[in-house]
Structures are given as structure tokens and as C-alpha cells.
Design a protein around this ligand. Structure first.
Ligand code: KG4
Ligand code: ZN
Length: 338
């Protein structure tokens, strides 16, 4: 069986042609980074408009790379939750049109579950059962996964997501957008112990939630002291790398601590990690240390499958196998977290 999967939850327009046994036949992605860079964050209205312009060329390109005609597609998958409402609607409208035109099943995919499924795609079915962390621009969530479709949300962020914190830190430090890779690069030259930033909830094993707003404020207070004079550009240049390294270390400390707490809570022997922030080298190293010290199996999604993509929409094949698909009155659920 061959699926066409669409992904337009945020600011990447992506399509992939995948088989139900997890082979990728062709994939295409149009990034909107340049469009949003001057705002240091995603502007929802611009994102939705860009998806409208790009979705059909991206689908064509994915099919071209797969060497297949549209008629060979057996089902159409689309990420419908969570995400930006306008962005989600573009993907859903395209998926419905294709499903009607081709007379094929329409299959909704939960984008956060798909981030976890990226580990299944890369490493095989043995990644389940597991504890899974999804750390992205919009979400920081821990799950207990019995299988790809059988997940319980253990806890999430109560304010900013980890990736959002990276993006805001990068904007404060004048490092550009998207912030995660820019902060990581600066952090390589800096001292992670130079500043002590808060690690909210890191020492509360019973609390499987995250909060990054205090950390963001702490960084802001160094760069722009309340009631004081903001650091001059040359002063900021001298401390930028140390601030980036200290900030990154605080985020990583919290993410790793919470994974440890979730592993303890569930007793699972396996940890899967996905989402854009999982591309971070320091986080990957620290997760390996955690896995080594606890004797658990660790599966971190390959970097190209960490950030948003349509390949991970292969999760839809699991739904089809379970006898599930969706009616044409399927709707988006922008804010729903499951
Ligand atoms: O999963 P993703 O592509 O989109 C969402 O679903 O949100 O994640 C994007 C987020 C951005 O906030 C970006 O700054 C962050 O992932 N990110 C990183 C790195 N690469 C991307 N954060 C830290 N280190 C990185 N290397
Ligand atoms: Zn994502």
C-alpha cells in the first residue's frame, strides 16, 4: 500500500510518498524560515498563505521523486492536530480534495504522535513500548507509549515550549531565526557554567511538566536588566557565547531530568525522543549519558526526521492497519493535545 502524507501544521509545507512498511519512496519540503526570519518567529497568517502557494508544487515534487502517478496512491494522510489553525486547514483541504478526486481513504494524523513515529521509521518496531519526549517549537510533551497509536500524555509544558524558548533566546541574543541551531552553534564556543539559569521543576520527580518562561526571563534580565541599561552591542558580543551555552545547558538539564522522572514513573526500559529540539547535539549527548547510566535503550530520531516533515505521517499506515480512517467531514483541532 502506498500513502501520500501531507504536513502543514506550522511553517513547513511537506509531502511524502511512503509505503505501509515504512519505506520512503519520495519526499519534498518547502521551508518558510526566510519568510518568518525578520519577525523572529512564525507569523500564522503568512504561514497559511505560503502553504496555499506551495502545497501543490510540493505534492508534485514528492510524487516526481517517487516516480509515481497520483493514481498509484492508495490513501491520503494529513496532520490535523495540533498546530496553527490556518496552516492546518490548508493541508486538510488539499488532502480532502485528493481523497475525493482519487476515491481513496482520508487518514488524520496527530502531529505529536508522528514526531515519535519518526523513531519507529528509523529504528524499527522495537522502539515500542517506550517513554517518548517530543520537544519542538510548539510543544514539549512526555508520553507513555504502549504502541504507535496507544499513548498516554504524561505531562507537557505549562507555558513556552523548549524550541520556542530557544527561538526567543536567539532573538534576545541577536542570533537570528530559527533560534535552536543558532544558539547551539554559539553555545559550542561558550562556557555552560558562566551563568546559572533556573531549571524549573527539574528536581520534582512527581511533576512531569515543563516551564521555560522563568528561564527566558532570567536571560532577558541579563541582556536587558530591569530598570537598568540594556547591554551595549559590544558588551553583548563579549558574553553572547557564554549566555547561549548557559541557556542551552539549562534547557537540556530540564529535558534530561524529566525524561529520567518519566522513565522512573512508568518503569519503561526504552526512551524515544523526537521534535526539532531533538536535533540539538548537546541534548543528544546528554540523553546518551542518561541511557548509559540507567541501562535503558535510547532512540533519538535522525536529525532530518526531527524537524517537521511529512515522512513521519507514515503513522497513518498504522491507523489503516487498525481499520481506522476518517470521514470527509474531518476537521482540524488546532489546540488539542493528546
Ligand atoms: O518540530 P519542529 O520542526 O516544529 C514544530 O513542530 O514546532 O521544531 C522546530 C523547533 C524550533 O523552535 C527550532 O528552534 C528548534 O526546533 N530546533 C532546535 C534545533 N534545531 C531546531 N533547538 C535546539 N537545537 C537545535 N539544533
Ligand atoms: Zn513538529
Amino acid at each position: 500500500m502506498i500513502l501520500l502524507a501531507l504536513e502543514t501544521t506550522c511553517d513547513e509545507t511537506a509531502a511524502a510518498v511512503v509505503t505501509d512498511d515504512c519505506q520512503v519512496l519520495g519526499a519534498a519540503l518547502a521551508s518558510q524560515d526566510l519568510l518568518h526570519a525578520r519577525f523572529s518567529g512564525v507569523v500564522p497568517e503568512l504561514a497559511a498563505r505560503a502553504h496555499v502557494e506551495r502545497i501543490l508544487p510540493v505534492i508534485d515534487e514528492a510524487l516526481r521523486r517517487a516516480g509515481l502517478e497520483l493514481a498509484r496512491i492508495d490513501a491520503v494522510a494529513v496532520a490535523t492536530t495540533p498546530g496553527l489553525a490556518g496552516s492546518l486547514l490548508v493541508g486538510l483541504a488539499a488532502a480532502k480534495a485528493l481523497a475525493v478526486a482519487l476515491d481513496r481513504p482520508l487518514v488524520a494524523v496527530n502531529h505529536l504522535h508522528a514526531h515519535i513515529y519518526a523513531c519507529r521509521l528509523a529504528y524499527g518496531p522495537e522502539v515500542f513500548p517506550c517513554v517518548a519526549l517530543v520537544a519542538s517549537g510548539g510543544h514539549t510533551h512526555l508520553y507513555d507509549c504502549r504502541g504507535p497509536l496507544d499513548l498516554t500524555l504524561l505531562g507537557g509544558t505549562i507555558d513556552d515550549a523548549a524550541g520556542e524558548a530557544f527561538d526567543k533566546a536567539a532573538a534576545l541574543l541577536g542570533l537570528g531565526y530559527p533560534g535552536g541551531p543558532a544558539v547551539e552553534q554559539a553555545a559550542r564556543r561558550g562556557n555552560p557554567g558562566a551563568y546559572h539559569f533556573p531549571r524549573t521543576f527539574a528536581n520534582e520527580p512527581q511533576r512531569l511538566q515543563f516551564s521555560f518562561s522563568g528561564l527566558k526571563t532570567a536571560l532577558r534580565y541579563v541582556v536587558q536588566p530591569p530598570g537598568g541599561t540594556p547591554l551595549a552591542p559590544e558588551q553583548l558580543a563579549m558574553v553572547r557565547d557564554d549566555l547561549a551555552a548557559s541557556f542551552q545547558e539549562a534547557v537540556v538539564d530540564v529535558l534530561v531530568a524529566k525524561c529520567g522522572h518519566a522513565l522512573e514513573r512508568t518503569g519503561r526500559p526504552t526512551l524515544c525522543v523526537g521534535g526539532g529540539v531533538a536535533a540539538n547535539g548537546r541534548l543528544r549527548t546528554r540523553l546518551e549519558e542518561l541511557a548509559g547510566s540507567r541501562g535503558i535503550r535510547l532512540y533519538v530520531a535522525p536529525r532530518e526526521l526531527c524537524t517537521d516533515n511529512a515522512v513521519m505521517g507514515a503513522l497513518a499506515a498504522e491507523r489503516l492497519r487498525a481499520g481506522q480512517h476518517d470521514a470527509l467531514d474531518l476537521d482540524i483541532e488546532a489546540g488539542l493535545l493528546r
